[in-house]
Write a protein that binds this ligand. Structure first.
Ligand code: GLA
Length: 363
């Protein structure tokens, strides 16, 4: 039997958190990470059914029908969702898939988008579908958002499908227009897990995320705009008429969206001081206004600040996960020693030098 293999990367978001879902419609600036999920697929078994095995869960090979409901974010839900959405566009036979992933789970770097995009790419390779990278991202999004029920925006799937190494993807999540932005050389993107996992698909993070989304919807409706990202700094006084908690959420979204655009400008001008300041403000806004940080994450950011690197912030969905810090290459080792000493439960996920093709993975 012919097999087809495809892979897709995880992502880190440089800046632009919680701007990407429907009521917000703002910009994001993710970059791909050198961690991949690889899927091998072959036609096998009856149509309308698939079997899957993952290196991560070797004792759990699964056979499921495409008619089944999601099982609360089980890893095969993502596969099922992708196959189901794909099957609305092209004939998909019964398939067998095998999954290998280097993407750490629960760190806020989109292990689920890497899985979905690699599955859709594999289906494309097998069926000869003529999907563009944008269409692949949208199929992956529909699978994750509509089928699995993850309250996500479109950033992760676009980052995994479209972003290029060493570049950030400036994506307008409302119009889906995008362009690449060069990232500075001699900077290492340090990703540090706080030791507490993040999982948007279930549990407390899911509930908090739904609350945040509803608060954003309330703000949008009360302010009479199509998306919160339509508003600028001059509009912030309008927030006074909202419930205080809703005003805080909206202030985060509006200012974070503007910070993404300012960050692109600072990157293009090579203004590293401004870059650091924007990243620092992004963290404060997530911590105080969107309230999606946790003490372990704040402690990592504070250590980085004490070391002297202000370009550090919570990365991804929050309520756990990891921080991202932009650290000059020649200081990366010293920075991590300092941060690790103050945060014994933290672990280094990756040190990704933006001007290198190979990453130096944490041991
Ligand atoms: C998660 C979601 C994304 C985005 C981020 C926060 O990663 O999957 O769509 O909303 O949270 O920026």
């Amino acid at each position: 039997m012919m097999t087809f293999t495809a892979k897709a990367p995880a992502r880190a978001n440089i800046i632009g958190e919680h701007t990407d879902y429907a009521p917000n419609g703002g910009h994001v600036l993710p970059t791909p990470l050198p961690f991949f999920t690889t899927v091998t697929i072959e036609a096998k078994g009856p149509a309308g059914q698939f079997s899957a095995v993952s290196e991560r869960y070797p004792n759990e090979p699964v056979t499921r029908s495409l008619e089944e409901q999601a099982r609360g974010g089980h890893w095969t839900d993502y596969i099922l969702g992708c196959l189901r959405v794909a099957a609305t566009k092209i004939a998909v036979p019964g398939v067998s898939l095998s999954v290998k992933s280097e993407v750490p789970i629960g760190c806020g770097i989109s292990s689920s988008a890497a899985l979905c995009v690699s599955v859709v790419r594999a289906v494309k390779a097998m069926t000869g579908a003529k999907w563009t990278d944008e269409e692949i991202a949208l199929i992956a999004y529909e699978a994750e958002h509509d089928y699995v029920g993850v309250p996500c925006g479109k950033m992760d799937q676009f980052a995994s499908s479209i972003a290029r190494p060493g570049q950030a993807l400036l994506l307008n999540t409302r119009t889906l227009e995008y362009r690449n932005v060069a990232l500075p050389p001699d900077i290492v993107l340090m990703l540090v897990s706080c030791g507490k996992q993040h999982d948007l698909a279930k549990g407390d993070s899911y509930k908090k995320r739904i609350d945040r989304m509803n608060e954003c919807i309330e703000a949008r409706d009360q302010l009479g705009v199509s998306v919160l990202a339509e508003l600028g700094y001059g509009d912030l006084p309008l927030l006074n008429k909202l419930r205080p908690v809703v005003a805080k959420r909206a202030r985060h979204v509006i200012t974070e969206n503007l910070r993404v655009l300012e960050m692109v400008d600072a990157l293009e001008k090579g203004d590293t001081g401004r870059q650091a300041e924007l990243i620092a403000q992004s963290h404060i806004s997530q911590r105080d206004d969107f309230e999606c940080s946790i003490p372990e994450i704040d402690a990592l950011v504070e250590s980085s600040n004490r070391y002297g690197i202000r370009a550090a912030r919570l990365c991804g969905g929050g309520f756990g996960g990891a921080i991202i810090a932009l650290v000059p290459s020649d200081q990366a080792t010293r920075w991590w020693k300092y941060v690790a000493k103050e945060n014994p439960n933290a672990s280094l996920i990756s040190t990704y030098a933006l001007n290198e093709t190979e990453s130096e993975h944490a041991a």
